[in-house]
Design a protein around this ligand. Structure first.
Ligand code: ACO
Length: 362
């Protein structure tokens, strides 16, 4: 009998502080008009807590939706490129904080593609019988690593987390086909040079963010198109079989391109980039969660997804939703505000980085 990996739980966590485009224009040479028309973004969230905290709230919401005892989890995967520490990983903090003491726990960094990468490998583990119940999370606190003097990249990103519970089933549901790739020739076009190769003795507060937007855009279109074609070929499905599109949210123009390619109308395409910007690995699970909450995903629907991110990693998947679209228990837990606005949280970072650039004479 064939085994599949059903999505039985879904949850998200968006920090409460909102940074609008107009807020950004108070300290960057940019405008609401430029950001809105080039990217589709209107506002994004800024977290006052660490990535593990965001991940834990999203995880608790997903477990509530599945009504699953954390002790039943075999594995926790956290997709992130903004781990609070290098060691230990974020997944171990989540394991401790949700009380999943029998679960293996690791982080996965494929930048914005991390969540789909996580679904790909978790689904394989369930389908081969290695694991039965897996929690996958995408969580990011990108606002801590951005260069807040660099308008080209600072306006694009935001913080958040999303999660899914996958459980073994004999119903033909979950990730039916997926394809993940990496176009490493372009690994430098999206790079944050801050890691073990970093000179900590010469650190002056600047974390150089290399970002070649147009090159990323071109390669993202090519990579996602190929990945989508692959998953259609693997399943034998066509665009006529697709009920909705849930893509990565990096640029509204990229989402429109995918919708056209997959023949999915606007009302069946999940778009939340205007509210959150690009939350990297958190984007996909937040979008899935909202698609279910808003009734875009219906019982038994077939969904196509496509992602890309630093690496340049890329991927696509075809997902069949199960029969349940309502959470078993309330899954709307949120982070409380600590009273700080988004500008309160970001302005000190902007001023510190600006002063460091001035000291360098650049
Ligand atoms: N505000 C105002 N002007 C700006 C801003 C800004 N925030 N950023 C750039 N500009 C200026 C540039 O300096 C340039 O000015 P110039 O013509 O005088 O030289 C002009 O706007 C046009 O810049 P482009 O880079 O050509 O703008 P483009 O239309 O390519 O849009 C963007 C840039 C939005 C980044 C686009 O290339 C893109 O979406 N790329 C792919 C998506 C992406 O990179 N996403 C994030 C990373 S991928 C991931 O998911 C991790």
């Amino acid at each position: 009998m064939k085994i599949y990996a059903e999505i039985t739980g879904w949850g998200k966590c968006l920090p409460p502080a909102i940074m609008t485009n107009d807020d950004l224009a108070t300290f960057l040479d940019t405008s609401d008009e430029w950001i809105r028309t080039r990217t589709g973004i209107e506002e994004r969230r800024v977290s006052h807590v660490g990535t593990s905290h965001l991940a834990t709230v999203a995880a608790r919401n997903a477990l509530a939706a599945a009504d699953l005892d954390p002790n039943e989890l075999d594995l926790i995967i956290v997709g992130t490129c903004t781990a609070d520490e290098i060691i230990p990983n974020v997944a171990s903090a989540v394991q401790r904080d949700i009380g999943a003491k029998y679960a293996a726990a690791f982080d996965l960094n494929a930048a914005c593609s991390s969540f789909l990468y996580g679904m790909h490998y978790a689904t394989q583990a369930i389908r081969t019988g290695v694991h039965k119940k897996v929690l996958i999370i995408g969580a990011e606190r990108l606002t801590r690593i951005l260069d807040w003097t660099q308008r080209e990249s600072a306006v694009l990103f935001g913080d958040g987390a999303g999660a899914m519970v996958l459980e073994a089933t004999t119903e033909e549901v979950g990730l039916l086909a997926s394809h993940v790739t990496c176009d490493a020739d372009a690994r430098d076009v999206l790079a944050l040079e801050f890691g073990m190769s970093f000179d900590r003795f010469g650190f002056d507060g600047i974390m150089p963010f290399n970002f070649v937007g147009q090159e990323i855009f071109k390669r993202a279109v090519k990579g996602m198109s190929l990945a989508v074609e692959k998953v259609f070929a693997e399943t034998g499905l066509t665009t006529a079989d697709i009920d909705s599109l849930i893509p990565h949210q990096a640029n509204k123009r990229l989402i429109d391109f995918l919708a056209k390619m997959c023949h999915v109308p606007e009302e069946k395409t999940v778009i939340n980039i205007q509210k959150y910007g690009n939350t990297s690995s958190a984007t996909l699970p937040i979008a899935f969660c909202e698609a279910v909450e808003q009734g875009i995903v219906k019982p038994g629907d077939t969904i196509v997804s496509a992602v890309f991110g630093g690496g340049l990693t890329c991927g696509a998947g075809i997902i069949r939703w199960g029969q349940r679209v309502t959470p078993k228990r309330d899954n709307t837990m949120q982070l409380p505000s600590n009273g700080q606005s988004a500008l309160d949280l970001i302005l000190p970072l902007h001023l510190q980085t600006k002063a460091a650039w001035e000291k360098r004479g650049e």
